[in-house]
Design a protein around this ligand. Structure first.
Ligand code: HEM
Length: 396
């Protein structure tokens, strides 16, 4: 175990280069616990990196809560004001109720029903990019598919989808200079204004979508409905697009992967899990202790913020052999890319189906994916994401 106060791990500049993995691996290998002084997070925070410690913080019986916030930026004096209302930052009865309401819309059965829609979207995107021109997958492919799916779940009309993708990029893409036109806060406000209008429309004429389902529960306020639409929009778009981009990155860099997927030499669901582990798009989750806890041999007071770094856990050499290598047939693959415990990703079935369809469709229609330059990475701490992934596709 090691502790240090030298570095603010909430500084997004640390994550724009691949040496982030070396740093994380070194911390995970030592089962380190690192304190970041107040800076990126006004209250400071502890960090854990090993698979074991991250699972302990997120585990179902762990004395930790997300109700005061689940991201770096946590401020004890000003806890997350959607705490107790939005699923990902609520606990107990409200959390159970929301999962029960929203779960069926994101279930495996619901995801299966959406798979044809996903296939059509992937196919349409491939029609546009199989022209021999250089294609930035992070902009042209990654965001389209999850956005179309989430909009479908929410009941967002097709004509508004492009606007919502753009706003989501702005709101949750980090402080990257690509998004200078609008601050993340402004973009987030725009999304909520849009949902407010959608809620009024669904109140007048309910459907079978998420907005109507949330509205059907009399105990939920309009604020609750709004926040939980936002939760699904963000959860569904922001991470999945980077996993999809990462799947194309794997096709470009893992020898023989395209042919193996196309010929059925490898189980696609196994490849999906390796994409999730390797890309690990949710970079961290934060929790606050609800009682006295001993973590990695250190006693923590109630009210202490702790960050679990999911990509570090997913490349922990104690759990994953040769962790930096993408192994298409890796089994077992106990990654925690979807988190762990009570807040385990509710959209995981949907994300898996999206990735499986992308892998199958690309393999069926493409004979070669060639990187035209090295990828660049978002300057962000919430997501581990591609800023740009430029490739050239050769059709079959
Ligand atoms: C929660 C990751 C896709 C909706 C989470 C959490 C993680 C995560 C790590 C747990 C957060 C925490 O413990 O505080 C991912 C990744 C995805 C993905 C890596 C894609 C590769 C999706 C999709 C949707 C979605 C497609 C919906 C359409 C949600 C929701 C929660 C959640 C609603 C909150 C669950 C709860 O608090 O009980 N996700 N997610 N996610 N995700 Fe995802």
């Amino acid at each position: 175990m090691q502790t240090t106060t030298a570095v603010d791990l909430g500084n997004p500049d640390l994550y724009t280069t691949l040496d982030r993995h070396d740093r994380w691996r070194a911390y995970a290998a030592e089962d380190a616990m690192v304190w970041s002084e107040p800076g990126s997070s006004p209250s400071g925070f502890w960090s854990v990196f090993s698979h074991r410690a991250c699972a302990a913080v997120l585990g179902p019986s762990a004395p930790f809560t997300s109700e005061y916030g689940m991201m770096i930026g946590f401020d004890r004096e000003h806890p997350d004001n959607s705490g107790g209302q939005m699923m990902v930052v609520s606990e107990q009865d409200q959390h159970r109720k929301l999962r029960k309401l929203v779960g069926p819309l994101l279930s495996r059965a619901a995801a299966r029903k959406l798979s044809e829609r996903v296939r059509a979207e992937v196919s349409g995107v491939l029609d546009r990019v199989l022209d021999g021109e250089v294609c930035d997958v992070a902009a042209a492919i990654g965001p389209r598919i999850p956005a179309a799916v989430v909009c479908e779940i929410l009941g967002v009309p097709a004509e508004d989808q492009d606007m919502l993708i753009d706003l989501t990029n702005h709101a949750f893409g980090g402080e990257d200079e690509l998004f200078d036109g609008m601050t993340p806060r402004q973009a987030h406000t725009e999304i909520l204004v849009y949902f407010d209008e959608l809620i009024s429309a669904r109140r007048a004429s309910p459907g079978e979508d998420l907005v109507s389902t949330l509205l059907s529960d009399d105990e939920l306020s309009i604020d609750d409905v709004l926040l939980n639409c936002d939760n699904v929009l963000i959860g569904g778009n922001e991470t999945t697009r980077h996993a999809i981009t990462g799947a194309v990155h794997a096709f470009a860099t893992v020898p023989g992967l395209l042919a193996r997927v196309r010929d059925g030499d490898v189980d696609v669901d196994t490849v999906v899990d390796e994409v999730l582990r390797w890309t690990s798009p949710a970079m961290h989750v934060l929790r606050v202790t609800t009682g006295e806890v001993t973590l990695n041999g250190r006693d923590l007071e109630p009210g202490t913020p702790v960050v679990a770094w999911l990509p570090a856990a997913n490349r922990d050499p104690a759990v994953f052999e040769d962790p930096d290598t993408f192994r298409p047939g890796r089994k077992p693959n106990r990654h925690i890319a979807f988190g762990h415990g009570m807040h385990h990703c509710l959209g995981s079935a949907l994300a898996r189906i999206e990735l499986a369809v992308v892998l199958r469709e690309v393999a069926a229609r493409v004979s070669r994916v060639e990187l035209t330059k090295e990828p660049s990475w978002l300057r962000a701490v919430v997501v581990q994401g591609y800023r740009e992934l430029s490739v050239r596709f050769t059709g079959r």
